[in-house]
Design a protein around this ligand. Structure first.
Ligand SMILES: Nc1nc2c(ncn2[C@@H]2O[C@H](COP(=O)(O)OP(=O)(O)OP(=O)(O)O)[C@@H](O)[C@H]2O)c(=O)[nH]1
Length: 390
């Protein structure tokens, strides 16, 4: 697939930056256009792989943002994006839309810029283009507290209603002990970039000289067209590509045994991808559609293995809509299986965030009411004998 990628806010921009890094390191060419949008000048300087002229600062003249971010206030994030929508639209004008199959908008949903501005950007993109717009959202950890949970629960509604498919990443599930927050985010962003690029870069070449089992962009888009929330599984293994003539040295029986081992390896890789940490933990059986991509040297991708892996996933997901195909990467020293579970409706973490958000909203409302009473009582004398000057 060929993508235009847009990072909104700090987390969204960092993930897009890591995607570009990963695709360059692995010889892929997924992100044909990149753009990052932020309300904080310092955060806008962080990406290492996004050209200077593809970074847009919004809210510089807003009385609260002033180029320093919106401090977690999603309403300001949305307001700033709406006010500067002409500027945002102008920067999209440079995107040669016929060169891309889809647009991906990434954001951390716990902050103010990502949660507030990204849905405004998505709404505009949907008006401007016919191509699908996908969302990629990082859900805040429970430990971050009520405000990020409230931002993300509300922003999730906007995202899912406006995008063609929303890929979720749960920071809680990916948190490791013994790391600073920055180290943790760095690792998460690399893991996420690996999954997204391995998935979406399949079928990026139009005139595929490779076999008929190659996954096509339209297959990926078909799996995602059901909308809702999606999760991604991934597993990889190192490969030792044998000499081409190696098999001829073995008997037919030996070759057949080796093929069964290869098939078992392929199936095992897919089981590992689904049973290890998904981008957002979910009940696999609640997926509406699924897709498996094998990225690696063609000689490592056993046909029998692909078929049995697909059969296995059909049973796990309880759906017949499971596609499996290759992304041949000759010369690659890894074989990866990436599994897209599209429209998963049973994701406990989203329920948890909503509960935390409702509690936070109640607390905020109560605190506001109490605060007004307390200020009133502080500035009023006991018998209310005094009047304000103006
Ligand atoms: N996975 C991941 N999540 C991050 C990272 N940085 C921040 N987050 C998450 O994203 C949320 C939003 O943080 P930021 O992206 O810094 O905030 P913002 O959207 O720029 O908004 P403001 O800072 O309020 O202007 C946080 O609550 C975290 O949950 C990151 O590098 N990786």
């Amino acid at each position: 697939m060929k993508l235009a990628t847009i990072g909104v806010g700090n987390a969204g921009s960092k993930v897009i930056d890591r995607m570009v890094e990963f695709e360059q390191a692995t010889g892929r060419d997924l992100c044909r256009h990149t753009l990052v949008i932020n309300t904080a000048r310092t955060d806008l300087a962080k990406p290492e792989h996004v050209p200077e002229d593809r970074r847009l600062l919004i809210g510089e003249t807003h009385k609260k943002a002033k180029g320093h971010g919106v401090g977690g206030d999603a309403a300001i994030g949305a307001e700033v994006a709406k006010t500067e929508i002409d500027e945002i639209r102008r920067i999209f004008d440079d995107v040669e839309i016929h060169e891309v199959d889809a647009i991906l908008v990434a954001a951390g949903l716990g902050g103010g810029t990502g949660s507030g501005a990204a849905p405004v950007v998505i709404e505009e993109l949907q008006k401007m283009y016919d191509e699908p717009v996908y969302g990629l959202g990082m859900l805040p950890g429970k430990y971050e507290g009520g405000r990020p949970a409230l931002n993300s629960a509300r922003s999730l509604q906007s995202f899912v209603n406006k995008v063609d498919n929303f890929i979720a990443f749960d920071n809680d599930a990916w948190r490791s002990r013994g790391q600073t927050i920055e180290e943790g985010y760095e690792e998460m962003n690399r893991e996420l970039a690996t999954r997204i690029v391995t998935l979406l870069a399949a079928g990026e070449v139009d005139e595929s000289e490779v076999g008929e089992n190659a996954m096509d962009s339209s297959d990926i888009m078909r799996t995602m067209e059901v909308g809702g929330v999606s999760s991604i599984g991934y597993a990889s293994t190192d490969v030792d590509t044998p000499d081409d003539g190696l098999l001829s040295r073995f008997s037919d029986e030996e070759v057949s045994d080796m093929e069964s081992t290869d098939a078992a390896k392929i199936k095992g890789l897919v089981r590992r991808a689904v049973n290890s940490r998904l981008t957002v933990p979910c009940d696999v059986a609640s997926a509406e559609r699924a897709l498996i991509i094998f990225a690696g040297p063609p000689s490592e991708i056993s046909r029998k293995g692909v078929e049995s892996a697909r059969d296995w996933l059909e049973q796990e997901t309880e759906t017949v809509d499971v596609l499996a195909g290759d992304d041949p990467r000759t010369g690659s020293d890894t074989l990866a299986a990436v599994v897209l579970l599209s429209n998963v409706t049973d994701t406990p973490r989203i329920k948890e965030i909503q509960d935390q958000a409702v509690d936070a909203q109640d607390t905020i409302q109560q605190q506001e009411a109490v605060r007004e009473e307390e200020i009133e009582s502080l500035i009023t004398d006991d018998n209310n004998d005094l009047d304000p000057i103006v």
